[in-house]
Design a protein. Structure first.
Length: 274
């Protein structure tokens, strides 16, 4: 891990994510790219098309820069290379473009989640980033005085299209010396026998040299609830899950377990794009 992108609106949740990113940067000797999320159309800061909105747009850009300078004085960022980048009229696709531009290895972002009608019609910012990102997204909900991963839940259906995401999870676990808890959740609608589940998981991990893992088959009402309940039972430090990044009508009809977890989990969640 060499470069970490942290989108920020300078909220408390965003700073919680930045603090975790700083701990990761120290551990892996990585750089941080702090991306200011500003909803200012580019034409408003174009001096050629000067009009009454330009001074206001420039004011907000200067204010963002001042907040960046204040953040750089924080103890937790000392001796870490942090780059400031501002995107005006930012969209979630532009976050994806920033990842390509700066060769980002991971996004770390804060979220307070959503629920009810707000979740149905809007969703959380973190959910939208998870849906579009090609790099792993680590979502932080709370402040962490330290960020150590000892118990890492990797939830999956353990089909072949998840193999590459598991390799990414293993790489992260090895960096922390963490145990991976391989988890398949059985529900009434998607039931398979324990024997079938065990065989599928064994086949999935065959050929992998990583051996610091447990195999777990958990029965629950829904897959999401099973992941949350199992993670609580073992006091997991991190939940990992793969995402297809569905968009549009396919996302509305099929939903996404990874995005639901991002909204509802109280502990950190990392998503890996299939």
């Amino acid at each position: 891990m060499n470069r970490i992108l942290v989108p920020t609106d300078f909220s408390e949740q965003a700073e919680n994510a930045l603090k975790v990113a700083a701990m990761l940067a120290r551990k892996f000797n990585a750089e941080i790219y702090l991306l200011h999320m500003m909803e200012i159309p580019m034409q408003q800061i174009d001096p050629i098309n000067a009009h009454s909105d330009v001074p206001e747009a420039l004011f907000f850009m200067r204010l963002a820069h001042k907040k960046f300078e204040d953040l750089m004085e924080s103890d937790y960022l000392q001796d870490i290379t942090v780059y400031e980048t501002v995107k005006a009229d930012i969209t979630f696709n532009e976050i994806k473009e920033a990842c390509n531009e700066y060769d980002i290895d991971m996004i770390v972002m804060g979220s307070h989640g959503t629920s009810g009608l707000m979740e149905m019609f809007v969703g959380s910012n973190a959910e939208k980033v998870v849906r579009t990102s090609d790099v792993p997204v680590l979502v932080i909900k709370n402040e962490h005085k330290s960020f150590n991963i000892n118990h890492f839940v990797f939830a999956s259906d353990f089909k072949n299209d998840n193999r590459e995401t598991y390799k990414q999870a293993v790489k992260l676990a090895e960096g922390f010396g963490a145990k991976i808890h391989l988890l398949m959740v059985n529900t009434a609608n998607k039931f398979i026998t324990s024997y079938e589940a065990q065989s599928r998981i064994n086949d999935f991990i065959s050929g992998q040299s990583f051996d610091n893992y447990t195999i777990n088959i958990h029965n629950d009402v829904t897959i999401e609830q099973g992941i949350l309940n199992f993670s609580k039972d073992i006091d997991a430090d991190l939940i990992g899950i793969s995402t297809h990044g569905r968009q549009g009508i396919a996302h509305f009809l099929n939903g996404s377990i990874s995005e639901d977890l991002v909204n509802h989990a109280k502990r950190p969640v990392i998503t890996f794009k299939i």
